[in-house]
Ligand binder design. Sequence first.
Ligand code: 3H9
Length: 698
Amino acid sequence: MNNQVKFEVEGNVAILTIQNPPVNALGAAVRQGLFDGIEKADGMSSVNAVLIRAAGRTFPAGADVREFGKPRAEPILSQVVGRIEACSKPVVAAVHGNALGGGFEIALGAHYRMASRDAKFGLPEVLLGVLPGAGGTQRVPRLTGAAAALDLMLVGKPIGALQASDLGLVDALVDGDVAKAGFAFAQDLAEKGAGPRRTCDRRDGFSDAESYMAAIAARRLAVAKSPLEAPARIVDCVEAAMLLPFEAGIAKERAAFDDCEGSEGAQALRHAFFAERRAAKVPELEGANLREVNTIGVVGAGTMGTGIAVACLDAGFPVTLVERDEEGLLRGVEKIDAIYQRSLDKGRIDVDTRAARMEALTGTTDMDELAQVDLVIEAVFEEISVKEGVFAQLDAVMKPGAILATNTSYLDINALAATISRPQDVVGYHFFSPANIMKLLEIVVADRTDPDVVATGFALAKRLRKVPVRAGVADGFIGNRILAAYRQAADFMLEDGATPAKIDAAMRDFGFPIGPYQVLDMAGLDISWARRKRLADSRDPAARYVAIGDKLCERGWFGQKAGRGYYIYEDGSRTGVEDPEVLAIIEEERAAKGISPRRFSAREIQHRCLNAMANEGARLLEEAVALRPSDIDVVMFYGYGFPRWRGGPMMAADLRGLLEVENELRSYQIEEPAFWAPSPLFDELVKNGQHFEDLNEG
Ligand code: 3H9
């Protein structure tokens, strides 16, 4: 039909093969090809059945997300699905790989669905801030009822072919070549002279109207607080599927899709989708010779070391864990064992998997045992002299060409690399705690890191199922630099009149799971205190310094673990309440500086924090610590709880308008020029009518 949909006739079956690598996304040419292919097959007297299949690794994984937010060429997907369904001859879909979103909807437009046993079906549109827009909200409930349909659409997680078949979404499961089996089935239908079996005419899912409406009511309640529009609209559409005629339901779905597609939440989620894929593309990958990594060593069996070891064991690597003494090693191994016990208790792994993972772990106190490993991740105490000691030992024992990675949140990796004989093999891996769960991995490239070592890090991250982001050496790399700016903006407001509870509530309202002072209390105030003390000598004495955190630490109020921090945690409670003594300390600090407190609205709190983050992000771009704005966004939503549906701090600034953000930054500048002065990047972008998004190409 065109080069993205091949049309062939074998016997009396027309075969439409979708070929749009890598994931057969349903862009304009595929839609046109399918539409024309069905028209043609319908009109050919020699054709009595149609097979739709896909070339390559998967059935279509959905509409082409790159076309979203722009005018869409006809035929739009719902017209294509409608045309498939209207075909007067039986249409069979042969599904392998992932039939997601529009891909699943194409299969639902077909009259029969066959699937390979390992195929997956899903409606992940909600994760992009939209809803199935090609009949999914109307056809799925006709087959499954409301509850299962809503689970698919509101959670967005794909289900396996077996479950899809149990739900009545798939007619037959196939071992082996599904296209071949689909063809045989279509041929059989053709020979029998079978007619179409249209999903729009099915009512199986409506047989129990009462439980259908009960599922609607329950889900409507559950999604009421969602900040996004799509979940509530999904519930409305699924309700309409039973209450309205099919065509009216389709029209309702179309209108809901259009409304959601243009919303800020959907724009932000689309940005997030491409941002995390773009982050994996770094210059060092070009022409790289990946170093082989089959075995991994982890030095340090504390919280980070054990979490990293579990992440590596989970990816199937044998891991050698090194600690200084037997006691520490035993504690570490026990921690790892406890993690696997919990996974077993929760049914996430079985007994054999647990045994295999523990068997792949070797604990030792002897660094010499790292002589033959391909990569070592050092995760000892965050103190440069301690790390230097470990690196000297590693330099002495490790084989040539092995990679030496340091897990650090702040330290100068150039300085560390310079202390050993092979700086080209040194790289930073900044994991986030718990390292076996958190997806983010900042890969820190030092001045002399060999590009092959960088590329190997990105390949390893994929095996560890992490989202890697490239960062240059800077105090705090990307994430902790932005975090520091966020906290600084919050601390200024604290001293100028806000309270921890007010600031936290404003940031929760914006969409963070918890506010900055709650995070500090959870993580322990002593950590940032130690850092402030370390940096005290290099601090500009003229810079504004908020000492409230220090005052709390001086009293031993280190946060949740001490029962007191910015909040008080009574009787071991994990939920803090406002502490009048903390408020009194804040008052004292204000009085000492002659500050008369003023009121901050939630909106101003949010703007100040977000503007500080975007400004710091712009500085990271100027300093080339971050490659592109979207990398900063990925770091913030995968590592720091920035709401994904807001797109990250750089996207959020784009959405508000860079001129407005810059003007606000300027308006605070008088308070603390060094901190609030807008990065020159704002001027440059505004002048050219550009956004941060324009710097994301490549
Ligand atoms: C929808 O269908 C709406 C309809 O209901 C109604 C419409 C009116 N579009 O993830 P990978 C690219 S909404 C465009 O690295 P994997 C991706 O950017 C859609 N491009 O591979 C990457 O490009 P590059 C509902 C897409 O093996 C390359 O393909 N569907 C799309 O790890 C490889 O992707 C979804 O939300 C797309 N839809 O995972 C499914 N999908 O190489 C989204 C992928 O240039 N996709 N690309 O970086 C996925 O979940 C995963 O890609 C998949 C493969 C599981 C399929």
